[in-house]
Design a binder for this molecule. Sequence first.
Ligand SMILES: *Cc1c(COP(=O)(O)O)cnc(C)c1O
Length: 397
Amino acid sequence: MVPVFPIGKNPLQSLISGVSRPDKSPIRHLTDTPPTGDTFTTPTKAQLQALQAVSLGDDVYNESHTTIAFEKRMAELFGKEAGIFVVSGTMGNQLSIRVLLAQPPHAVLCDHRGHLINYEAGGLGLMTQAMTQSVIPSNGKYLILEDIKKVAVISDDIHACPTKVISLENTLGGVVMPLEEVQRVGKWARENGMHMHLDGARIWNAVSNYETMEEQLEKMKAYAKEFDTLTACFSKGIGAPVGSIIVSSQSIINRVRHFRKAIGGGIRQAGVLTVMANAAIEEVFLAGKLRETHEKARRIAEFWVKECGGKLEHEVETNMVWLDLNHAHIGDKEFEEEAFKDGIKVLGWGRIVVHWQISDNAVKRLLKVLSGLKKRADMRIAAGEHGNGGIESGYGR
Ligand SMILES: *Cc1c(COP(=O)(O)O)cnc(C)c1O
């Protein structure tokens, strides 16, 4: 028996009718920055309406039909055997790596800026006792095989700590790791008995630059093929309130399910979450909405460079803009406070992340703030004061 509310009889109905559509809501956020996360999207009417036809079975007992169907759909989307819904990207990364590893001595290799080692509360050490081998990309953008080879340890020597997992992130800092490079790394990892994990929190953005949805879906599968485990996030750009998926082989997912329970990650009526994640995928990713966020990010970057005479830390590839505030002699706090006065929430250090609910108006307001800030900083420089310049906090860089 699948418990389903007939349309219109859902006790959540009154809640649903009170929800304003994203295009009508006063969107006041322009960034998704750790530690606050890209969580500034708000659930949409479509997501809440989806709650009307949801299985309310207990997922711990495999009775949440909505969740089972969603996990299957996500596995198919990535061309993998199975998937499992978890409450966060952090849980997804940690469980994936836990299951890929056996016992020490072992090491996990990743980009030195990786979410896995910087923003997961030291979970890797807690969960796996693994050493981390962090690598600085020689091109300043993404890891290439040659960077990895210099740091990875392949050895039986008793002094050594062998690399067992290579964990990549895509996008990282809004930069896409090209498929060809992932394929080079994947091939080498397999030849050397290492597992591959992808923190694909923003894999949606990584493929959204391809023109057609068909091509985007094909590339998702091509990326996923190189990894033993892959996590993708629904609560960032996609805009669901909660959740990530891990996709992998059936046997790995079975083990993940065991570990997920061990850390208290079993969810009872998971359908209410997975049905919203499913609606968000349809409404945002599959509807091609992420491409618009990339365009807005490019517009902001172009304005900063051409109109304000500013510099960027990176070129824009997806939905993130990195303003070089230090170069402009604008302090992190100054940026934060000035933007806040105009109702725009940014977390210092020059990173702006556009999500799909950001309106054109909000972008316009941001451009005004940027232009004002830059003019003031230029006047300070002209007057011989370098004022607020400099990095006030290294967190997140
Ligand atoms: C946000 C994010 C995660 C997971 O974050 P949660 O807040 O735990 O869902 C993982 N990796 C990357 C790259 C992220 O940006």
